[in-house]
Design a protein around this ligand. Sequence first.
Ligand code: ZN
Ligand code: ZN
Length: 98
Amino acid sequence: MKKPKVLHNFYKSPAWLAARELKIMAVNGLCERCGQIGIEVHHKESLTTENVNDSFVSLNQDNLELLCRECHNMEHKRFSKGVKFDSEGNLLNPEKHR
Ligand SMILES: [Zn+2]
Ligand SMILES: [Zn+2]
């Protein structure tokens, strides 16, 4: 699934990068759920093309959560359909569409 362009642009904006940095600093770079190194900043209220320009949603520290990849995947239930793991639990062939 491709992100709508407006969301794609948002994730490259200096305002977002600053808000993201701030969040990471605020929680010492650790996943807020499991305490591993957090690498992805999640929007509790998901971003849509409608609210992406509403800084109360898109840039609000209270709406952000630092997560590790596992917790983030879990949050978005990315592992639901047609996804396979190898014996070590690594994701195999993550959606490759032409
Ligand atoms: Zn985690
Ligand atoms: Zn997320």
